[in-house]
Design a binder for this molecule. Sequence first.
Ligand SMILES: Cc1cc2nc3c(=O)[nH]c(=O)nc-3n(C[C@H](O)[C@H](O)[C@H](O)COP(=O)(O)O)c2cc1C
Length: 184
Amino acid sequence: MKTALFIVGSLRAKSFNRQLACEAEALLSPRVKVAWLDFHDVPFMNQDVENPVPAAVAKVRETVLAADGLWFFTPEYNYSYPGLLKNLLDWLSRPRDPADRNSPSVLSGKKCAVSGVGGRNATADCRRKLADLLAFVGMKQLRDHEVGLAVAPTSWTTDDLALDEAGRAALAAQTSAFADFIEA
Ligand SMILES: Cc1cc2nc3c(=O)[nH]c(=O)nc-3n(C[C@H](O)[C@H](O)[C@H](O)COP(=O)(O)O)c2cc1C
């Protein structure tokens, strides 16, 4: 069985994106083993402390390397992806061999998918910019299936994502395509 690593771009306890990831895990887990990346202790990128690599960074790099595919679930912050994700990807994008600046990173050639829940824009700008970044760092993104959802007006007060039928169907289609993608 292949393994998928879920990466949530929000630290909020009741994050809609984490709720979406939970729904995706339920759909995906019969076919693919799901793990969640814990990266709360990854420091801000600082080249002064890059080598030797901080323990928290070494751990997330190993976890990413071992996964067959990554799935990002991310809110849109100010027309883009959150700084939290950019910082993580900056660390992960560095060469695995610090003595060889041309050596691949743990992201090189790694398959990934993106979904996002946000305001009325349904994270469209975040996902567009994230796709550029993922391509730049050498990842292979599943582009035909990308779920972007706008939070239902009532959900802002209940904190419950409350996926509707269309959202659930889109997520099911993306889940199936992602499983095919990483199993290929
Ligand atoms: C700093 C900041 C900037 C935001 N900018 C946007 C934005 O540009 N577009 C948007 O749709 N929502 C924006 N939002 C709203 C978030 O998308 C919304 O709160 C979302 O629910 C956060 O995801 P989460 O529930 O997974 O934490 C912003 C929120 C924050 C905190």
